[in-house]
Design a protein around this ligand. Structure first.
Ligand SMILES: [Zn+2]
Length: 433
């Protein structure tokens, strides 16, 4: 049996003194950015296909109490010549522009505010001919699906790749058990599908929205090219899915190459041989997520979610997949940073919130358990039906429920972040302490 119900030794968490090392290579000394409140426990975005249970994370850098995301914001406000950047954008687009109206740029996205904005502006302001492509969400929200169609209604063709749901559910469950990362299989697909699709359609220019440096990846990587390493690998034998080597995943869970293909990247050689160029729009134009939202509403029938998103205060950001709620909840467990915290940091940096407003929102909503889609998500993650009978012996518990999920979460808590007392779990160091 591969996945047993983990034993959680709560004694490690009860004393005031911390007796064991932080998990995930996180820093022992917890610090919050003086400006945007982001925590120094935040992992940087990295190639997801090298992620394993043991691998230490690279984390956001702080200088004199200020995070890299805020330092970049300062540079964007005071140093960057945005007119020059727009000239660079025009040179790039002219290099790839088709002269007969055929597709000349590939735009991956879901039809959310950011992908809508970039696709629309490239087509209607800069005269490009985008083809949009989508790696379908795990479980669409009703409003997410409507927004997807509103995107196409605004004037775009789209190719959507939808995975074998039986396999995807299994890999999602494995990723939850192994990494406490229920979103990882989708992230792998969403990162690796566009470049493979670009190779297939021979559209070498791919436009993304944000460069990860916007929210804290190292500033020296803030250039127009998205790193090839994020989208490709040297050798497919070195790739991990759900934190397991592909060979082990195939053997244990009876999966064949075609089952794993949607999650695999191109090789560096394929990436180079096809002259692929992945760029981030935020390098060329000052990126302000709230303005992207207003732009999208003005130019389409985009709708917000009818209720506040679980775990945060917002209604318009990342709202198309029901599993997203669980993804942010698990980030709070592993790194002490939940969805409100991420949203607040971004909005303080963009000038839409003050630091003290941000603190109250974090205290009110961060780490909230996402009750609203609980039943549907747990059904999705349960393997107790006939379909999975050939691999069921690898799991001690087949049915996912709140008790099993909570215990699993506790087994991923790092003692330097969390304390357990008769009042339950609490962060050792909060934004107020
Ligand atoms: Zn900051």
């Amino acid at each position: 049996m591969f996945f047993k119900k983990p034993f959680v030794d709560k004694k490690k968490f009860t004393s005031i003194n911390i007796t064991s090392e932080p998990l995930y290579g996180l820093s022992k000394d917890i610090e919050y950015c003086k400006n945007c409140l982001m925590s120094n426990q935040r992992p940087n975005m990295c190639p997801e296909h090298f992620h394993t249970k043991e691998k230490a994370k690279s984390i956001i850098k702080f200088t004199d109490g200020i995070c890299d995301g805020c330092l970049l914001k300062d540079k964007k406000d005071n140093e960057i010549d945005w007119e020059e950047r727009e000239r660079e954008l025009k040179v790039l687009l002219n290099k790839y522009r088709s002269n007969n109206g055929s597709y000349d740029v590939l735009l991956p996205g879901s039809g959310g505010k950011d992908s809508f904005y970039v696709a629309h502006i490239l087509k209607f302001k800069y005269g490009m001919n985008p083809l949009t492509c989508t790696f379908a969400p795990n479980i669409y929200t009703e409003w997410g699906l409507k927004n997807f169609y509103s995107w196409l209604e605004a004037g775009f063709n789209n190719y959507k790749f939808t995975v074998d749901i039986k396999v995807h559910k299994l890999i999602t469950r494995i990723s939850l058990e192994n990494l406490l990362h229920p979103f990882q299989p989708w992230i792998l697909g969403q990162k690796n599908f566009p470049t493979k699709f670009a190779k297939l359609t021979k559209i070498p220019l791919i436009f993304y929205g944000e460069n990860p440096a916007e929210y804290g990846n190292p500033n020296d990587k803030y250039y127009d090219d998205m790193l090839m390493e994020w989208h490709a690998c040297d050798n497919l034998d070195n790739v991990y899915i759900a934190g397991l080597p592909t060979s082990e995943l195939s053997k244990k869970f009876k999966l064949v190459n075609s089952n794993l293909e949607p999650y695999l990247p191109l090789t560096y050689k394929e990436f180079k041989d096809n002259n692929l160029k992945c760029v981030a729009f935020s390098y060329f134009k000052k990126w302000h997520p709230q303005e992207n939202y207003y732009y999208t509403v003005e130019n389409s029938n985009f709708i917000t979610s009818p209720e506040r998103t679980a775990g945060t205060y917002s209604k318009y950001s990342s709202i198309d997949d029901k599993i997203d709620d669980l993804h942010y909840y698990t980030a709070k467990i592993k790194f002490g940073i939940g969805r409100t915290h991420y949203d607040v940091a971004q909005e303080i940096r963009s000038g839409d919130l003050t630091t003290s407003e941000g603190k109250s929102l974090i205290n009110k909503f961060d780490g909230e358990y996402p009750k609203r889609f609980e039943k549907e998500i747990f059904d999705y993650l349960s393997l107790d039906n006939e379909q999975y009978k050939d691999i069921q012996t690898e799991f001690e518990v087949l049915k996912m429920d709140r008790d099993y999920f909570d215990n699993l979460c506790d087994s991923f808590r790092s003692p330097h972040l969390w304390r357990f007392s008769n009042k339950g779990w609490s962060l050792r160091k909060t934004i107020d302490s």
